[in-house]
Design a protein around this ligand. Structure first.
Ligand SMILES: [Zn+2]
Length: 318
């Protein structure tokens, strides 16, 4: 089996676990990619048929799972705050899930970074009543044409209603629904505009795509992400969290600090192996063939990023 076929199968497993419709789940990987074209279309298709799962976390904070990245929700008299907006095709499912939590109207949206699986729903969420807040580079990227070669996709500028109207640079604290919400910009990690959203009173933090819980992460080198930045952000997350905290990853199940440590250790180990292979003169193809991720694949390798793709992402940055 070629590494490309393996990559496709891996992505199919990811979308299948993200509740692809039974009919689509019957397709072979080759048929699936022939039908939907690229990673983004596969994610969008999975979101279209996904059941949105609501998990209540602590106090008035919940998470919605099933449409792109994990969506945090804070409810209360100031209206609902959403952390990320998933894919637009999930509008009905997300709106119904939100209505099931409380009757509070949608008033606020914070984007953890610019990627489509976290911002595609911005336009409808804004139309429903939300003001959009993000790090300033998120706004910049949403207003620019950006090509991500690994996803075989060119992102055109987002529609006007999807663009954040309030931005910050390094740090900002907002108070909503009797809760302090601390926003912090990471040094370039998964992208150059990643932020964490810390509900300090509830001891709940959303760390966006600086953490994929038990999936190999995507790293966006086009907007200044890197393996070293991803490791640095994992260290930051470990320092800034405690054992009692509930941690919302960008992708994967809700987790805790010891799982963040596992993630950091996996990144460091694979970076070390790939770096050694590259320094010995191995090409990318030879490095992928050497399977540097093998000890970790059973736990981390069934996500959007296959072992081969993640190896390529690490190889690029060492
Ligand atoms: Zn992302």
């Amino acid at each position: 089996m070629s590494s490309n076929e393996k990559a496709i199968i891996s992505r199919r497993c990811f979308v299948a676990t993200a509740t692809l419709s039974p009919a689509a789940a019957m397709l072979t990987p080759r048929q699936l990619f022939a039908q939907y074209g690229n990673t983004v279309n596969v994610m969008r298709k999975a979101a279209a048929s996904a059941k949105i799962v609501v998990k209540s976390l602590r106090n008035n904070i919940s998470v919605l799972m099933g449409s792109g990245g994990n969506i945090g929700v804070l409810t209360g008299k100031d209206g609902k705050l959403l952390i990320d907006s998933g894919f637009a095709v999930s509008q009905t499912g997300i709106a119904n899930a939100l209505a099931g939590i409380s009757p509070d109207p949608i008033k606020h949206l914070i984007n953890t970074h610019w990627h489509v699986d976290h911002t595609d729903g911005n336009e409808w969420v804004h139309a429903a009543g939300a003001r959009i807040l993000a790090q300033e580079k998120t706004r910049e990227h949403l207003m620019t044409t950006i090509r991500i070669p690994l996803w075989e996709t060119t992102f055109e500028p987002a529609p006007a209603g999807a663009i954040p109207t309030k931005v910050f640079d390094n740090q900002l604290t907002v108070h909503l629904n009797a809760t302090a919400i601390e926003l912090k910009h990471y040094l370039p990690a998964h992208t150059d505009c990643d932020i964490s959203v810390n509900f300090t009173d509830a001891d709940v933090i959303h760390v966006g795509d600086t953490w994929w819980n038990h999936y190999y992460p995507f790293i966006d080198y086009v907007t200044e992400g890197s393996i070293d930045g991803t490791i640095r952000a994992a260290e930051t997350n470990i320092s800034n969290t405690t054992n009692s905290m509930i941690i919302i990853p960008g992708h994967g199940p809700i987790g805790n600090r010891s799982q963040l440590v596992e993630f950091r250790d996996m990144l460091v180990a694979i970076r070390g192996t790939v770096s050694t292979l590259k320094k010995k003169g191995n090409s990318l193809a030879e490095t992928i063939a050497a399977k540097p991720t093998a000890p970790f694949d059973a736990v981390w390798g069934s996500g959007l990023m296959s072992p081969a793709e993640f190896t390529e992402l690490v190889y690029t940055g060492v």
